[in-house]
Write a protein that binds this ligand. Structure first.
Ligand code: SF4
Ligand code: MG
Length: 341
């Protein structure tokens, strides 16, 4: 499809002060640091990475819940990073967000009919019985009983509360919905129901999703393309099957090797790759390739030179990886050792 949203060299740095009163230092958490990617109309783009990799911050910049430090986000060709609050208002209908914790985002003292009707109130779209009718239609659409209009959030299960979140996101008939770990807090049995609901709604309303998860196995089932993030940058981005069958970035390989494969016949049966150490602080990210302190393939070049996110010969043009020494087919990273001087 054509490009619905484009992110260009986006940075979001959060200032932090440290060092006490006399030796005050002003540093920055480089939560998102130079991300470029496109979201195509009608697709689901999976966004994957460990806690703190910047995926939620990136999502919040996409909907202007955060103002970017630098770079651009355009939606249907309009630069939303440069818009005033007033200019943004019509876009607030077209881009919606679903959050991980549906309970935390619902006011426990309000009835769900009124919660789902919020967007109508905010945008002054309808009122009274007309609004109630629209809210009840939305409830039906997401598999809630419209007669439960007057109930409170606590009267619903976790899965039902996520359906309330979905209904509220749908109210303004958005084009893009950013789903920030929408099933991570739910029981596995309920996860599939919500994922199926999102898939049905996508077809029915031609929705585009950015689907954030820390788990590649969830993302595989819902995404057309996947971007893997590490320490504020995109490590690899590709069509979902390319990414699983021919991962090029050692970090992607490590993530995939941790995904249990139920079917012993499938091709991506991998030896588990154990990464050294923890994710370094985004306050002071490593030089060169940010993954180098943990990478099983790290070489001297990786310490000094930042790899570009590019496509390699033999790969699809849509398959980009930021690595000086991309993984070759059949290469066993579980046995690789860094060659640092
Ligand atoms: Fe590993 Fe070097 Fe590739 Fe970074 S650039 S992922 S350190 S091989
Ligand atoms: Mg998060």
């Amino acid at each position: 499809g054509d490009v619905l949203m484009e992110v260009e060299d986006l940075r979001k740095w959060f200032p932090v002060a440290s060092g006490g009163f006399l030796r005050r230092k002003h540093e920055h958490v480089q939560a998102v640091d130079g991300v470029s990617l496109q979201v195509r109309r009608g697709e689901t783009l999976g966004l994957v990475g460990e806690t703190g990799c910047g995926k939620s911050t990136l999502a919040r910049c996409m909907i202007r819940l955060h103002d970017a430090t630098s770079g651009r986000v355009t939606f249907e060709g309009q630069d939303i990073t440069a818009m005033s609050r007033r200019e943004l208002r019509p876009l607030r209908r077209e881009i919606q967000m679903i959050f991980q914790d549906p309970y935390g985002s619902l006011n426990p003292r309000r009835r769900i009919g009124s919660i789902i009707g919020d967007p109508f109130a905010i945008h002054g779209v309808s009122s009274g019985t007309e609004r109630k009718r629209k809210v009840q239609e939305l409830m039906e659409l997401v598999g809630l009983n419209p007669e439960h209009y007057n109930r409170f959030p606590a009267e619903f299960s976790g899965g039902q509360r996520q359906r309330i979140g979905v209904a509220r996101a749908l109210a303004m008939r958005p084009k893009l919905i950013i789903c920030d770990e929408p099933v991570s807090a739910l029981d596995v049995s309920i996860q599939a129901q919500i994922i199926n609901l999102l898939a049905d709604l996508q077809k029915e309303f031609n929705l585009t999703y950015v689907f954030i998860a820390h788990d590649l196995s969830v993302v595989r089932h819902v995404s057309d393309r996947v971007a893997v993030m590490y320490l504020g940058k995109v490590a690899e981005i590709a069509d979902v099957d390319d990414l699983h069958e021919r991962p090029r970035h050692p970090y992607t390989n490590a993530l995939l090797s941790a995904v249990p494969v139920a079917d012993p016949d499938v091709s991506d049966q991998r030896e588990r790759i154990i990464l050294r150490g923890d994710v370094p602080s985004p306050l002071n990210p490593p030089s060169g390739c940010r993954f180098h302190p943990r990478c099983p393939k790290a070489a001297d070049q990786c310490v000094v030179e930042e790899p570009l996110l590019i496509s390699r010969s033999g790969d699809a043009a849509t398959h980009l990886a930021a690595c000086h020494l991309p993984v070759q087919p059949g290469e066993n990273l579980a046995e690789a050792r860094p060659t640092l001087a």
